[in-house]
Design a protein around this ligand. Structure first.
Ligand SMILES: [Mn+2]
Length: 331
């Protein structure tokens, strides 16, 4: 059980706050940041939101007042040292904030991590991590609700609703709970239109993105019993379709739509790295495979970055690790 009173006390005590989140931010990251930002502003605090990566265009609608800044060493290095409190949302290992890692680590400000991922790095004494939550957005919602004077408004409700639908795969992933639905009900009562939010996030994609999905689907391959299903995206695929990394969001889930598939993977070629997204359905912990390769994540969703191997080598390496996990499970 998270001690929300403790976080509220800290918020009350200090004046200036920085909020940040992980690379390649999704709606849980951006929604959680904006909800917390708005709440702190309502309390009259000074707040900045600075991320290492830019907000994906599909999520810009959430940032109505364009308050989210993208980290710039010249502009922000000193500034980050001037905040009283740094909030780390939706990640719990500092390597997840890329270029901001060192300046965040070296800051003397009070650091607070609010997150729902497993195996947190101990970079602060204030680690509010609860893996039973389906999204960080729901933790922020409970935090705000624990302040009796808090009144839910539409921008905050939309930000949290966006966080929830993304991290629950629209209410279908493992950790979707009765409470997730009750929270959603409250957000809808506050004026959120589920159809509008869904369309803004998922149905505003480019034609190029759909063509990229076609390449990914064409590349699908399985192991002999179809328990592992994987797709690949090369740098050429991205270039030819004029797409970026953010356009791949959600692709890997198609692997799990095959009957009998327990693990789905997307292998993405980057300049000098292969990025692997792993998903599982049911009780197979893909974060255990990720940990083996210095990656991380959740039980059913994890990621790995492999340096110094080409796409084929990376595929072979991760496939065989996944296969031996499945074999062990069957014994
Ligand atoms: Mn999340």
């Amino acid at each position: 059980m998270l001690d929300f009173t403790k976080i509220l006390q800290i918020i009350q005590k200090y004046n200036s706050f920085l909020i940040t989140t992980h690379l390649n931010p999704d709606a849980d990251a951006i929604g959680s940041e904006l909800a917390l930002h708005d709440y702190l502003r309502i309390l009259g605090k000074k707040v900045s939101v600075i991320n290492a990566d830019a907000t994906p265009y599909t999520l810009e609608f959430l940032d109505r007042d364009r308050i989210i800044e993208t980290y710039d060493n010249k502009k922000h290095r000193e500034k980050i040292n001037s905040f009283d409190v740094l909030f780390a949302l939706d990640f719990n290992q500092l390597k997840r904030i890329g270029v901001m890692e060192n300046v965040f680590r070296q800051s003397n400000a009070l650091k607070i991590c609010i997150d729902h991922h497993e195996e947190p790095e101990n970079f602060t004494e204030y680690l509010f991590v609860d893996i039973s939550y389906a999204s960080t957005g729901e933790i922020i919602f409970d935090l705000l609700k624990s302040d009796n004077s808090f009144q839910l408004d539409l921008p905050i409700a939309e930000a949290i609703y966006a966080a929830i639908i993304t991290d629950t795969g629209s209410f279908r992933f493992e950790r979707t709970s009765p409470k997730t639905h009750l929270t959603a009900a409250e957000l809808i009562s506050a004026g959120v239109n589920p159809k509008t939010i869904y369309e803004k996030i998922y149905d505003q994609g480019s034609l190029n993105r759909l063509k990229l999905l076609a390449s990914a689907l064409k590349s699908i391959n399985c192991n002999s019993d179809q328990s592992i299903c994987y797709m690949r995206i090369t740098l050429d695929d991205l270039r030819q379709n004029n797409c970026g990394e953010a356009d791949l969001e959600g692709f890997v889930n198609y692997c799990l739509s095959v009957k009998g598939t327990k693990i789905g993977m997307l292998f993405q070629e980057l300049e000098d790295t292969v990025k692997v997204s792993l998903r599982s359905s049911g009780n197979f912990p893909v974060n255990k495979i990720a940990n083996q390769f210095n990656g991380g994540g959740h039980f059913n969703a994890a990621g790995i970055r492999i340096k110094g191997r080409n796409l084929d080598e990376a595929i072979e390496m991760i496939l065989s690790a996944a296969q031996s996990y499945l074999n062990k499970e069957e014994e």
